[in-house]
Design a protein around this ligand. Structure first.
Ligand code: ADP
Ligand code: MG
Length: 375
């Protein structure tokens, strides 16, 4: 049965106040909702826009109670929030996605087993839960990448290994924590599909983004992805299939590897809007952040249609640091078809996501050329 819609000016809660929380807050405020952000950082980017900033730990019982008492629904903007906090909140207020889904996305071993359970393909991998698991024949997974099962992001917690000896040494270097050893695949490119699924079990998928990384961090997303339309449709379908298998409610990002022969392998998921979906703010009928609001408020998903080819470029802290300089404001602010988004972070550090810009043009090739020109 359809749940009753939560309407403005209801208070919405979000765990995490980084850039994803900031863009969620802007979307929710634009729609007339109020927002409470829980984030232990006094300078959390979302706090600039939120009505209330609870500056406390994610498992702080007083802050969680205040969220539960004051919000009509609660969501999250990052996966490493305490899943138990989400489960506790869910006893008092609707929470989406569920703590169970977030717990799956927090752990690469669980995540991969769920992906396979949904009938989808992953890279060949071996779960290394204890040191004894290293006694298996590792050769099917080599050369490979050893990834910590938990808390990895932007290429952190990953070591590339060629031999079993290297894999064992890397496992020890990572502190003997649970890991996966994943076979290194020859990638043609990487793409992502972002799906919104509501409590009424309606789904809407955004156009596929093609993602290019630099030093393990997303650098550029190109939309529409430069792949066969059949492949794009298949990836979108797979994202829906996974959301249904997880009984997922909210916005789910699904990252894929594209291999030779247009084979698609599922890499990982994020239980929230995704960096590769920032483009939806400037170039789609509905943004991924509005979809997050709609899903948590039991509204229908908005249309995900693309209004214009677009390229998104991340602005990392390196730009501020390396040459002692700053982004080329003159060019960035003057380009008539570029939209600048800055996250209001006080301190620029190498690899830290400070902002992004989107360039809209008649074709993805044009958008890419123009985006590169103002980099
Ligand atoms: P993160 O959580 O850091 O995003 P990912 O598992 O997505 O971790 O890995 C980061 C990047 O490393 C991927 O986007 C891809 O470029 C590369 N990579 C990861 N796993 C593989 C693999 N099995 N084969 C080839 N490249 C990989
Ligand atoms: Mg990734």
């Amino acid at each position: 049965m359809a749940r009753k819609a939560i309407l403005p000016p209801a208070m919405l809660g979000i765990l995490g106040g980084g850039q994803l929380g900031r863009m969620f807050t802007v979307a929710a405020k634009t729609m007339g909702y109020r927002v409470t952000v829980l984030d232990p950082d006094a300078h959390a980017p979302a706090a600039d826009f939120a009505d209330v900033h609870l500056c406390a730990a994610y498992n702080d019982p007083v802050a969680l109670k205040q969220l539960a008492d004051s919000c009509a629904a609660v969501t999250t903007e990052f996966e490493n929030v305490n899943a138990d906090s989400m489960r506790w909140l869910a006893q008092h207020v609707p929470v989406s996605p569920s703590g169970d889904c977030v717990a799956i996305a927090q752990d690469r071993i669980l995540e991969k087993s769920w992906i396979r359970k949904a009938g989808l393909e992953t890279a060949p991998y071996l779960a290394l839960e204890t040191v004894e698991d290293l006694n298996h024949d590792l050769s099917p997974y080599l050369p490979g990448i050893l990834k910590t099962a938990r808390l990895g992001y932007d290429g952190k917690g990953q070591v590339r290994v060629k031999t079993a000896e290297e894999a064992r040494a890397a496992y020890a270097d990572l502190g003997g924590q649970a890991c996966v050893l994943e076979k290194m695949l020859p990638l043609v490119c990487e793409v992502s599909a972002i799906v919104t699924r509501t409590s009424a079990h309606e789904s809407a998928v955004f156009p596929l983004a093609e993602n290019r990384h630099a030093k393990g961090i997303l650098d550029v997303s190109i939309v529409p992805a430069q792949v066969a339309p059949e492949l794009a449709a298949r990836a979108q379908q797979m994202a829906i299939q996974l959301a249904e298998a997880l009984d997922y409610i909210g916005v789910l990002a699904v990252e894929f590897f594209v291999l030779e022969g247009d084979a698609l392998v599922l890499n990982e998921i994020a239980p929230r809007p995704h960096n590769s979906g920032h483009y939806t703010i400037d170039a789609c009928v509905t943004s991924q952040y509005e979809q997050q609001v709609r899903a948590m408020c039991h509204l229908h998903p908005g249309k995900p249609d693309l209004l214009s080819p677009v390229v998104m470029v991340n602005l990392l802290g390196d730009v501020w640091q390396d040459d002692g300089g700053e982004p080329n404001w003159e060019v960035l602010m003057q380009a008539p078809n570029a939209h600048l988004h800055l996250y209001g972070k006080k301190e620029a550090r190498p690899g830290r996501k400070m902002g992004h810009y989107c360039v809209l043009a008649n074709t993805a090739e044009d958008a890419l050329a123009q985006a590169e020109a103002i980099k």
